[in-house]
Design a protein around this ligand. Structure first.
Ligand code: C2E
Ligand code: CA
Ligand code: CA
Ligand code: CA
Length: 278
């Protein structure tokens, strides 16, 4: 028994060490990636459930790794958050987004953009100033920018969050609660935070028509949003059944593979042209 236990802890130790070595290597690589400009962004359209008209796009980070190719955020956002690199990464993503948004505007296309922001960024002093600086030097209008923050933001200090977001709200930026329904925040706290949009987490969307619970949760979120005067975006919409259910229950906006996968800007342009003739 004892040796067994020791052996288990020995292997746990090895595992932990190689895990932390991987982490350290990844962190160093990510630092380099920022210097070498390997961070890229893709765009996923948000469409009106009723008309399928495109109402904006969510911006998603990618790491264009010289050897490993395009890496999805699941492979680096955690490390970025834990190491603090998320601040530089987030600034870069926002800058790239606003640059592209400005290019589209100059081409005569208005495309509101939603950019993901980690709570670590919001809590870092000067965040508001940096966002406003980026808007100013790229010339992207504040009222076409939405920042998406996961529901865990409600577990942060609400007064602090309110203080950082105030100048941004005053400038016309809006805020969305991402992955809504997966956190443990109380509605009382959410109400004190400056959000005007719920993004229904895709786990609930995927349960539509599959389990009664998800149907009810989605309907409840939609009803609540309606009475509290929030906008709603359903994420992860993959089937027509999900889209129809959402539309029939008053959801205004949807996003998901049913409409389009996230795409680089050039593909997004081409997709929009095809989409316009749907
Ligand atoms: P999220 O904000 O919930 O973004 C939606 C994720 O769902 C994206 O994954 C998107 O590609 C994926 N998705 C969209 N529609 C569908 C669908 O119909 N089916 C399926 N299976 N998936 C769908 P992605 O790009 O891998 O991003 C994962 C997460 O990484 C994001 O989840 C977000 O939390 C985080 N993230 C991405 N970019 C950034 C960023 O610039 N900053 C921060 N802080 N986090 C980011
Ligand atoms: Ca998001
Ligand atoms: Ca989400
Ligand atoms: Ca998510």
């Amino acid at each position: 028994k004892r040796t067994g236990g020791n052996r288990a802890s020995f292997y746990n130790e090895i595992e932990r060490n190689s895990w932390s070595r991987d982490r350290i290597r990844l962190e160093a690589e990510l630092k380099n990636a920022l210097l070498r400009d390997e961070i890229a962004i893709v765009f996923q359209p948000k469409v009106n459930c009723e008309t399928t008209q495109v109402v904006g796009a969510e911006v998603l980070a990618r790491w264009n790794h010289p050897e490993r190719g395009m890496i999805a955020p699941g492979g680096f956002i955690d490390v970025a958050e834990e190491s603090g690199l998320i601040n530089r990464l987030g600034d870069r993503v926002l800058e790239l987004a606003c640059q592209q948004g400005r290019i589209w505007l100059d081409e005569g296309m208005r495309m509101p953009l939603a950019v993901n922001v980690s709570i670590r960024q919001l809590e870092k002093p000067g965040f508001d100033r940096r966002v406003l600086d980026i808007l100013e030097h790229t010339g992207f209008p504040a009222d076409q920018l939405q920042l998406e923050v996961t529901e865990t933001v409600a577990m942060a200090d609400p007064d602090r969050v309110a203080a950082v977001t105030k100048p941004l709200l005053d400038a016309g930026i809006t805020f969305a609660i991402d992955d809504f329904g997966t956190g443990y925040s109380s509605l009382a706290i959410l109400q004190r935070l400056p959000f005007n949009t719920f993004k229904i987490d895709r786990s609930f969307v995927w349960g539509i028509g599959e389990d009664q619970h998800s149907d009810s949760i989605v309907q409840t979120i939609l009803a609540m949003a309606e009475s509290l005067n929030y906008e709603v975006v359903a994420e992860g919409v993959e089937t027509e059944e999900q889209r129809d259910f959402l539309r029939n229950n008053g959801c205004s906006t949807a996003q998901g593979f049913l409409f389009a996968r996230p795409m680089p800007a050039a593909h997004f342009d081409a997709w929009l042209e095809r989409h316009a003739s749907w």
